[in-house]
Design a protein around this ligand. Structure first.
Ligand SMILES: *[C@@H]1O[C@H](CO)[C@@H](O)[C@H](O)[C@H]1NC(C)=O
Ligand SMILES: *[C@@H]1O[C@H](CO)[C@@H](O)[C@H](O)[C@H]1NC(C)=O
Ligand SMILES: *[C@@H]1O[C@H](CO)[C@@H](O)[C@H](O)[C@H]1NC(C)=O
Ligand SMILES: *[C@@H]1O[C@H](CO)[C@@H](O)[C@H](O)[C@H]1NC(C)=O
Ligand SMILES: *[C@@H]1O[C@H](CO)[C@@H](O)[C@H](O)[C@H]1NC(C)=O
Ligand SMILES: *[C@@H]1O[C@H](CO)[C@@H](O)[C@H](O)[C@H]1NC(C)=O
Ligand SMILES: *[C@@H]1O[C@H](CO)[C@@H](O)[C@H](O)[C@H]1NC(C)=O
Length: 886
C-alpha cells in the first residue's frame, strides 16, 4: 500500500497542482449580484459561534462580548441581544500577563449549547479566564453564575476547540491551561464527576480540534452498545519519523456511558481510542493531512451515517483542498476490530511506534460496555479489569486507518483553502438522493458541489462574504433552505440555491443543480422545494446536464442581429458574455469558425475585438457558447449573440451605433446544435480569475483570464467602439466599472505555477551568481573560503567527502551539509517519482537517508542554500518521506 507515503518535492507539488484532478465551479456569483441577508452591529466583531434553534425559529450568534438572537427566516431581523463584558479586575490580570487589552483580554463567546427549552449554556474566553453561564431565553439575560469554564472553552480566542452538548452533558476538546499547552477531551456533567483524557502525548499531541458530535448507536443495536461521541482533530504525529512536525488528521471516540476506571484511569476515559483519517490521492502519492472541519450527515440508522471532512495539505502552498467522505460502518469497524499501536524503544532512548502483535486483554481495551460484558458482571467501566485499563492507557492509538469511501477524495479543488463544510441530502426529481456539499473558504467564498455517479460537479461558487475573509462557521437549515455563515465581520444568510438566476432551460439544466428544475409553463427555472408536489411532474430536470430534454426554442434569426457600424480603420468590440465557466466561446463570421490565429481578431472572455476593420471584415458575426456536459457526454452549443458588422462608408450619413435592435440576444437554443467546434478559441478558463483583459475592454470583467494574444498584434487603436452588453449580465450595475478593481477577482488566481517556477529558478540563479561573486571576492566567511581554496588550488577536499557521504545517504550526524546542487529536484519529475517509489514500501525501516530525522530542521520549504554554507544545499530538499506501518 502506497498510501501513507508522502512525497514532498517542489517538482511533485507542481505536478500535483497542475496535473492533479480538480474541479472548476460552473457558475460564479459575486456578492453584489445576490441579494443576501446580512447581520452585523457596529463595534461588534467575531461572529463565530452559531446555534440554530428549530423550536424557537431563531439563530443564536455568539460574538465578541455579545450574544444575539436573530430571526432564522431573515437574519437582518435582530430579536434580542445581551452583552457579556469583562470586569476590570480580570481584565487587568489578563493584561499583566502580557495579553493585549484590545484583542485577547475580551470575552469571545465560543460555546452556545441548548440545555433545555428555556436555557442555553454559554461560555466565553473572558480575558483568558474562561467562564460559563446560563442564558435565560425568556428574558434573554444571563444568570450571572460565573462558572469556571476551564476545559469547556479555550483560554485563547484564536485557539481551536470544539464542544457538543449531549443529554445535558458538555463534551469538549480544548486546552486546559493558560498557555494552551495542556490539551484535553473532557466531559462536564451536572451529576457525575469530570472525566478527561490522560495528560500524555500518546493520547493527544498538540491537537487542533475541529469537530465533535454524538452518534446514537445505542437504540438500534442488538448487542447493547453505547452511544459514542466522535472527535475530529489534527495533531502532531507520534508514529512517523519526520523532520519537524508532521501533522496527522484523526478521529477519536469515547463512549457516552464511560465512568472512568476504579483504580487505573480514575476519572479518565476508559474508552478513548483514536485512529488516523486518510484523505489522499494514492495515484499521485499525495496526502491531505490537515482536517479543517467535519460534517456528520446522519441517517435514520447510524449505519447510514456519512462523515464528510475538508482537508488541505500541511504544505499550504500547494493550493489544493479536498473533501473526503467516510462510511460510519468503516469507522466503527476500525474502532471495534483494529489493531493497536505500541511504543517500542530502539537504540536506548529512541522510540518508535509499531503494531502491537501480542495478546490483547479481554474485554477489548477501549470498547464500550455491551451485553456480553454485562453477562460477565461488567456493567460499567468501573468494573473493567486493570489489565484492560492499563492496556488502553498505553495504547490509545489504533494502527488501522479510516479509509475514505472510494479510497480517495470526493472533491479536489485548486487554489482554495476550505475552512467549513455542511452537506444536505436532496431528493431530486429522478427520485434519487444526492449529497449536496457546501464548502466555505478562507476568502469568504462558498462552493456548492453535487456527487453524480461518483463524479463531482461544482454547481456554483458564491462570494458569500462582502470581504475576503474566512468563513468561520457554516450552518444549514433544511427548513428555511438557508445557509448561515459566520465570520469576523458579520453573519450572512444565503439560500441553498439560486435557481431563479438561470434564465433559460439550457442554463437551468446544464447547471445540474438538484434543487433547480425548469418549469415550461412559466418559462422559469424554479426551486423544486418551492413548488407544490402536484406540479412537480411538469418540471424538467436532468442531473447529468443533458440539455436536449429542453423544449426547442426558435433560435435567433439573422434579421434580429444587432447592427454595428464602424469607420474604416477603427476597431470594433462585439460583446458576448458566457455565464458558465465550463463553456467555451466560439465566434463565427459568415458561418465559419474564427480562430485565434485570424489576423486582426482578438477573442477575449467578454467579447470579440476586431482591430482596424477593413471592408472584408464586414458581415455576420455570431457568438456561440459550447459547453461540454461530461456526464451527458455531449457538447451543447447555444447562440448567445449575433451582429452584423458594416463599415461606415462616406456616402452614408454617420449612424448611431449599437442601438438599432432591442431583441434579447439571450441564450436561446438554436435547432441543430453544432458539436463540431474544432479550432475555436479555447481559453484555459479559471473561475473568477483576475482581470487581465486588454485595457480597452471595458464592458465588464466578470470572469476573465488572459486573452490569447498574438505577440504580433498591434495595440488597439483608441477609437474603439463599444456596445452595451445584453441583458445577459446578472445585473446592470456590473457593467461599466472599468477602473474599479473587482473584489471577486482577488480570490482565485490563474494557473500561474509555471510562471512561479520560472521566477523561482531565475531568482535562484541570481542568488547563486551573487554568492559565487561574493565568495570569489572573499566577502563571505570561512566555509566559503575553504571551498574557494579547494577550487582555486589546494586540494584539501574536505567538502568533497561530505558530498559523497551525503550522496550515498550515509551522512554523519555532525555534518549538516548536503548534496550536490545539480541534484536539485526541480525538473526531472519522472525520476523523482521513481526515487519515491523506491523508497516507498519501507515500513518502519527508515532508509539511510541524507540526514533523515537528524538535522534540527528549518521549516519546510526553506530550500534556499543556507547562509553560512554557500554552495551547499540542505538535505531537507531531498525527498521527505513518511512511511506507513505496513
Ligand atoms: C428582512 O428584514 C429586513 C428588515 O426588516 C427587510 O428590509 C427585508 O426586506 C427582509 N428580507 C426578506 C427577504 O424578507
Ligand atoms: C476578531 O475579529 C477581528 C476583526 O475582524 C480580527 O482582526 C481578529 O483576528 C478576530 N479574532 C479572532 C480570535 O477571531
Ligand atoms: C457503508 O458500508 C456498509 C458496509 O460495507 C455498506 O453496507 C453501506 O452501504 C456503506 N454506506 C455508504 C454510505 O457507503
Ligand atoms: C455475576 O454476579 C452474580 C451475582 O453477584 C454471580 O452469581 C455470578 O456468578 C457472576 N458471574 C460471573 C460471570 O462472574
Ligand atoms: C491557503 O492557506 C495557506 C496557508 O494559510 C496560504 O499560504 C495560501 O496562500 C492559501 N491559498 C489560497 C489559495 O488562499
Ligand atoms: C462575409 O461575406 C460578405 C459577402 O458575402 C463578404 O463581403 C465579407 O468579406 C465576408 N466577411 C468575412 C469576415 O468573411
Ligand atoms: C466538444 O467541444 C469541444 C470544444 O469545442 C471540442 O474540443 C470537443 O471535441 C467536442 N466534443 C465532442 C464530443 O464533440
Amino acid at each position: 500500500m502506497g498510501f501513507g507515503v508522502l512525497g514532498v518535492f517542489l517538482g511533485l507539488l507542481l505536478e500535483v497542482s497542475t496535473h492533479g484532478p480538480h474541479a472548476v465551479p460552473r457558475t460564479s456569483w459575486r456578492h453584489q449580484d445576490l441579494d443576501l441577508m446580512e447581520f452585523s452591529e457596529p463595534g461588534v466583531f467575531n461572529y463565530s459561534t452559531l446555534l440554530l434553534s428549530e423550536e424557537r425559529d431563531a439563530l443564536y450568534v455568539g460574538a465578541r462580548e455579545a450574544i444575539f438572537q436573530l430571526s432564522k427566516k431573515n437574519v437582518t431581523v435582530k430579536n434580542n441581544k445581551v452583552l457579556w463584558t469583562v470586569a476590570d479586575k480580570p481584565m487587568s490580570m489578563c493584561t499583566t500577563k502580557g495579553k493585549s487589552k484590545e484583542r485577547d483580554c475580551l470575552n469571545y463567546i465560543r460555546v452556545l449549547q441548548v440545555v433545555d427549552d428555556e436555557r442555553l449554556y454559554v461560555c466565553g474566553t473572558h480575558a483568558f479566564q474562561p467562564q460559563c453561564d446560563y442564558l435565560n431565553l425568556g428574558s434573554f439575560s444571563l444568570d450571572g453564575r460565573h462558572e469556571d469554564g476551564r476545559g469547556k472553552c479555550s483560554f485563547d480566542p484564536s485557539q481551536s476547540f470544539t464542544t457538543v452538548m449531549v443529554d445535558g452533558e458538555l463534551y469538549s476538546g480544548t486546552a486546559y491551561n493558560f498557555l494552551g499547552s495542556e490539551p484535553i477531551i473532557s466531559r462536564y456533567s451536572p451529576s457525575q464527576s469530570l472525566l478527561r483524557t490522560e495528560y500524555s502525548t500518546s493520547w493527544l499531541n498538540e491537537p487542533s480540534f475541529v469537530f465533535a458530535d454524538v452518534i446514537r448507536e445505542g437504540k438500534n443495536r442488538a448487542d447493547g452498545e453505547d452511544d459514542k461521541i466522535y472527535y475530529f482533530f489534527t495533531e502532531v504525529s507520534v508514529e512517523y519519523e519526520f523532520f519537524g512536525k508532521l501533522l496527522i488528521p484523526r478521529v477519536a471516540r469515547v463512549c457516552k456511558g464511560d465512568l472512568g476506571g476504579q483504580r487505573t484511569l480514575q476519572k479518565k476515559w476508559t474508552s478513548f481510542l483514536k485512529a488516523k483519517l486518510v484523505c489522499s490521492m494514492p495515484e499521485l502519492n499525495f496526502v491531505f493531512n490537515v482536517v479543517h472541519d467535519v460534517f456528520i450527515l446522519k441517517g435514520t440508522d447510524w449505519r447510514d451515517t456519512v462523515i464528510y471532512g475538508v482537508f488541505t495539505s500541511q504544505w499550504g502552498n500547494v493550493g489544493l483542498s479536498a473533501v473526503c467522505a467516510y462510511n460510519m460502518t468503516a469507522v466503527e469497524e476500525v474502532f471495534s476490530k483494529g489493531k493497536y499501536m505500541q511504543k517500542a524503544t530502539v537504540e536506548q532512548s529512541h522510540t518508535k511506534w509499531v503494531r502491537y502483535n501480542g495478546v490483547t486483554p479481554s474485554p477489548r481495551p477501549g470498547a464500550c460496555i455491551n451485553n456480553l460484558m454485562r453477562q460477565q458482571n461488567i456493567s460499567s467501566s468501573l468494573h473493567l479489569p486493570d489489565k484492560t485499563l492499563q492496556f488502553v492507557k498505553d495504547h490509545p492509538l489504533l494502527e488501522d486507518p479510516v479509509l475514505p469511501i472510494g479510497n480517495g477524495p470526493r472533491l479536489i479543488t485548486k487554489d482554495v483553502n476550505y475552512t467549513q463544510i455542511v452537506v444536505e441530502r436532496v431528493r431530486a426529481l429522478d427520485k434519487n438522493i444526492y449529497d449536496v456539499i457546501f464548502t466555505g473558504t478562507d476568502k469568504g467564498v462558498l462552493h456548492k458541489s453535487v456527487v453524480f455517479e461518483g463524479e463531482v460537479h461544482i454547481v456554483e461558487e458564491i462570494q458569500l462574504l462582502k470581504n475576503s475573509e474566512p468563513i468561520k462557521n457554516l450552518l444549514l437549515s433544511s427548513e428555511t433552505h438557508s445557509l448561515y455563515a459566520g465570520s469576523d465581520s458579520g453573519v450572512v444568510q444565503s439560500p441553498t440555491a439560486f435557481c431563479g438566476r438561470y434564465s433559460s432551460c439550457d442554463d437551468c439544466v446544464l447547471a445540474r443543480d438538484p434543487y433547480c428544475a425548469w418549469d415550461p409553463h412559466t418559462a422559469a427555472c424554479v426551486n423544486i422545494f418551492d413548488i407544490p408536489s402536484q406540479k412537480l411532474r411538469r418540471l424538467i430536470q436532468s442531473l447529468n446536464g443533458d440539455a436536449d430534454v429542453c423544449p426547442s426554442v426558435s433560435g435567433l434569426s439573422q434579421k434580429d442581429y444587432q447592427r454595428v457600424t464602424v469607420k474604416p480603420g477603427s476597431s470594433a468590440e462585439l460583446p458576448c458574455l458566457v455565464h458558465s465557466n465550463l463553456a467555451q466561446v466560439m465566434w463565427k463570421s459568415n458561418g465559419s469558425v474564427l480562430t485565434e490565429a485570424s489576423r486582426f481578431h482578438l477573442i477575449a472572455e467578454n467579447g470579440l475585438l476586431i482591430y482596424s476593420v477593413a471592408p472584408e471584415d464586414q458581415g455576420y458575426y455570431e457568438c456561440w457558447s459550447v459547453e461540454w456536459a461530461s456526464a451527458a457526454g455531449k457538447n451543447f452549443s447555444r447562440l448567445l449573440a449575433g451582429y452584423i458588422l458594416s463599415l461606415d462608408l462616406p456616402p452614408r450619413p454617420p449612424q448611431q451605433a449599437g442601438q438599432p435592435t432591442t431583441t434579447t440576444l439571450g441564450s436561446q437554443e438554436t435547432p441543430g446544435t453544432h458539436a463540431d467546434a474544432e479550432g475555436n478559441a479555447k481559453t484555459d478558463r479559471a473561475p473568477l480569475t483576475s482581470a487581465l483583459a486588454p485595457p480597452s475592454f471595458t464592458s465588464t470583467a466578470f470572469f476573465t483570464s488572459p486573452p490569447q494574444t498574438d505577440s504580433s498584434l498591434t495595440p488597439p487603436p483608441s477609437s474603439t467602439i463599444k456596445f452595451p452588453p445584453k441583458q445577459y449580465l446578472p445585473s446592470p450595475d456590473n457593467v461599466h466599472n472599468p477602473g474599479k478593481q473587482d473584489p471577486a477577482a482577488e480570490y482565485l488566481q490563474h494557473n500561474n505555477s509555471t510562471a512561479l517556477l520560472f521566477l523561482f529558478l531565475l531568482f535562484f540563479l541570481l542568488f547563486l551568481a551573487a554568492l559565487v561573486y561574493n565568495c570569489y571576492m572573499q566577502y563571505l566567511p570561512a566555509p566559503c573560503l575553504k571551498l574557494r581554496a579547494a577550487l582555486l588550488g589546494s586540494h584539501k577536499s574536505t567538502h568533497q567527502q561530505e558530498y559523497t557521504a551525503c550522496e550515498a545517504g550515509l551522512m554523519e550526524t555532525s555534518t549538516t551539509d548536503k548534496i550536490n546542487m545539480t541534484e536539485q529536484p526541480t525538473q526531472n519529475g519522472s525520476q523523482t517519482t521513481q526515487n519515491l517509489r523506491a523508497l516507498r514500501d519501507t515500513g518502519y525501516e527508515t532508509e539511510p537517508e541524507c540526514g533523515n530525522g537528524r538535522i534540527p530542521s528549518h521549516s519546510f520549504g526553506d530550500d534556499s542554500p543556507s547562509q553560512e554554507k554557500p554552495f551547499d544545499v540542505d538535505c531537507e530538499s531531498q525527498p521527505i518521506q513518511f512511511a506507513d506501518a505496513d
